[in-house]
Design a binder for this molecule. Structure first.
Ligand SMILES: C[S@@+](CC[C@H](N)C(=O)[O-])C[C@H]1O[C@@H](n2cnc3c(N)ncnc32)[C@H](O)[C@@H]1O
Length: 225
């Protein structure tokens, strides 16, 4: 019997051999061990040097892309620890170069599937803020199952968030925004607040605007686990 796909999880990304510059490649090779790690689920919990001092707030950015916003936000909030999770090598390489150039010391990058990193790498009740800016929209209906924000992932976020933890989400895809609004409104754990998460546009926000899309920003505060 052919059952090779039975245990393959539906992922929110496809690893493509995209364009990567030689300096991004060299940053991945030389800087990732200094400012982060490659993650696989058998590694279990992230080390304390990656998680940072638990006395300070922990902010996690899922799918940070090129990391321009993440680095600026980390610089602006020196009192918090930041972890960025991404699977896109060129973006990770770009962000590593920014961290090195700008001497950012409160940000670690994890190369790996955010679902696995969240499930196995990050302790429960430890994250103060999760940022999901412009998650891949998977616009075709048959691909909607790949969207990272679904019931299961929201449940995972409730487990990982600390008391009064915040989830910030932005998208420029109206039907994804509708889906996000519906999913959260059907749950009892979150209170919707007005969003103040970003003061800098991301690459994908600019792309959405250039396509004539509206931008939808959500901010949810955890009120019960
Ligand atoms: C549309 S881009 C947005 C990037 C950035 N936040 C921005 O606004 O410019 C979505 C990003 O999420 C990343 N991504 C998708 N699923 C992921 C996952 N499961 N774990 C880590 N990164 C993921 C993709 O590689 C991609 O870089």
């Amino acid at each position: 019997m052919k059952n090779s796909s039975i245990h393959r999880p539906v992922r929110s990304f496809v690893r493509r051999k995209g364009r990567i510059t030689s300096s991004q490649k060299s940053a991945l090779k030389n800087l990732l061990a200094k400012y982060g790690a490659v993650y696989s689920s058998d590694m279990g919990q992230l080390s304390s040097s990656l998680l940072g001092n638990p006395k300070f707030p922990l902010i996690v950015d899922i799918g940070f892309g090129d990391g321009e916003l993440l680095v600026t936000t980390a610089e602006d909030h020196a009192e918090s620890n930041f972890i960025g999770i991404e699977v896109y090598d060129a973006g990770i390489g770009h962000c590593l170069k920014l961290i090195e150039q700008r001497k950012v010391n409160n940000l670690k990058l994890i190369s790996g599937d955010a679902v696995e990193v969240m499930k196995f790498g990050i302790p429960n009740n430890s994250i103060n803020q999760i940022n999901l800016f412009f998650p891949d929209p998977w616009p075709k209906k048959r691909h909607h199952k790949r969207r990272i924000i679904n019931n299961e992932f929201i449940l995972l976020m409730t487990k990982k968030l600390a008391e009064n933890g915040i989830v910030n989400i932005s998208t420029d895809w109206e039907d994804y925004a509708d889906q996000i609004g519906d999913l959260f409104s059907k749950r009892g754990e979150f209170l919707e607040k007005s969003s103040t998460a970003r003061n800098v546009s991301t690459k994908f926000e600019k792309r959405g605007i250039s396509l004539g899309h509206d931008i939808f920003n959500f901010c949810y505060k955890l009120i019960s686990q």
